[in-house]
Design a protein around this ligand. Structure first.
Ligand SMILES: [Fe+2]
Ligand SMILES: [Fe+2]
Length: 358
């Protein structure tokens, strides 16, 4: 049956909430014994607000973010708070960040911010830090420990290289998808030391939700779907029973499991990225994904900007995707297998092959 939104929401039962493109909803539930603790939050990511000149901005990206906010404001019940997942700007300019913030100011509720590389590499986060948000922080909410990292830092030798005539040269080098002059992302030693101290205070049974911009796993280096010190961060998360990493940056559906950590990407309000064939075909770029993954057809233009419902029940995330012009998908944590699974997709015959034109 092709589900419309109404039937889709019905089938997700009590956890369902009304929503639409292109935000990600997260509902947290801690079992029937403590319904008072149930709560939800919404996630909006990768707006890429881009200045053309003066007060002219790329209209499509403005509209994507505006639409997400309009729909987020209609959510019932109200989410407890929102995340913006990074890449608010395209080239890190104050004009772009300010314009993005102005659009975001229409969102009714508290926003937590995650830094993206498109926000960072012009002024190395100065404007962001003094006007928007700290680069890394944590907070507790109704029994869940949330951590926000800036995962898009890189090696100082690259950042401060003499080859950059202007800060914009550096920004433009990091803004490219195929990144020929770029550098792998890093959380870095300083932030990892902070994370270690932060997590020491947290009980091991507390669900951890870590939000980063790049994946804290190694997906595809050629496009910087990658964090160089991912394993060191994962080691710090290992002692906890339930850990979910939610990230933006890749503008597409991704999920994976590494040890005790479930990974889920959120979609973008701007544009979709295709699925690189090297996910499966170039061993030098991997460790492989441990979970065979559904690939929505990359030729459906809006697939990476679809609707996504996230249900975090007893600390494990379940994702429900509603994609324009494509089938609905549910990626549900399978307790027995200990990883997220897409029930429709696990058979080899039902997989959409990765594209080959790159
Ligand atoms: Fe992005
Ligand atoms: Fe990004």
């Amino acid at each position: 049956m092709k589900m419309n939104r109404r039937t889709f929401l019905k089938t997700t039962g009590a956890a369902a909430m009304a929503s639409a493109l292109p935000i990600s909803l997260v509902r947290m539930a801690f079992g029937e014994k403590s319904p008072a603790k149930d709560f939800s939050f919404a996630y909006i990511s990768d707006a890429h607000i881009q200045q053309i000149e003066g007060s002219k901005f790329v209209r499509n990206w403005d509209m994507g973010l505006t639409r997400a906010i309009q729909e987020a404001n209609l959510l019932t019940p109200r989410p407890d708070f929102f995340f913006f997942g990074g890449d608010l700007a395209q080239l890190g300019k104050r004009e772009e960040l300010d314009h993005g913030l102005e659009i975001l100011s229409k969102l009714r509720g508290k926003i937590y911010y995650v830094m993206g590389e498109h926000d960072y590499y012009l002024d190395l986060g100065k404007y962001w830090e003094s006007n928007i948000s700290p680069l890394w922080y944590s907070f507790d909410h109704k029994g869940v420990h949330f951590v926000v990292l800036t995962s898009i830092l890189t090696y100082d030798t690259w950042t401060h290289h003499t080859k950059w005539t202007t800060p914009m040269d550096r920004m433009l080098a990091m803004a490219r998808l195929d990144n020929p002059e770029g550098s792998p992302f890093l959380v870095g030693e300083k932030q990892r030391a902070w994370l270690k101290r932060d997590l020491e205070k947290v009980d091991k049974s507390t669900p951890i939700v870590l939000c980063s911009h790049s994946p804290i796993q190694k997906i595809y280096k050629g496009w910087n779907f990658w964090t160089d010190d991912a394993e060191s961060v994962q080691t710090l998360l290992k002692p906890f029973n339930k850990v979910t990493v939610i990230y933006g940056h890749v503008h597409q559906i991704q999920y994976n499991q590494v040890g005790n950590i479930s990974f889920h990407a959120v979609m973008a309000t701007a544009w979709p990225w295709p699925y690189p064939k090297s996910y499966v075909q170039d061993p030098s770029h991997l460790p492989n994904l441990t979970v065979p993954m559904n690939r929505a057809d990359p030729f459906f233009e809006r697939d990476a900007t679809g609707w996504q419902f996230i249900n975090l029940r007893t600390g494990n995330v379940d994702m429900h995707y509603q994609l324009p012009d494509n089938g609905n998908r549910s990626v549900v944590f399978n307790r027995k297998a200990g990883r997220p699974q897409d029930a429709k997709y696990q058979g080899v015959g039902s997989r959409v092959p990765p594209q080959t034109h790159y």
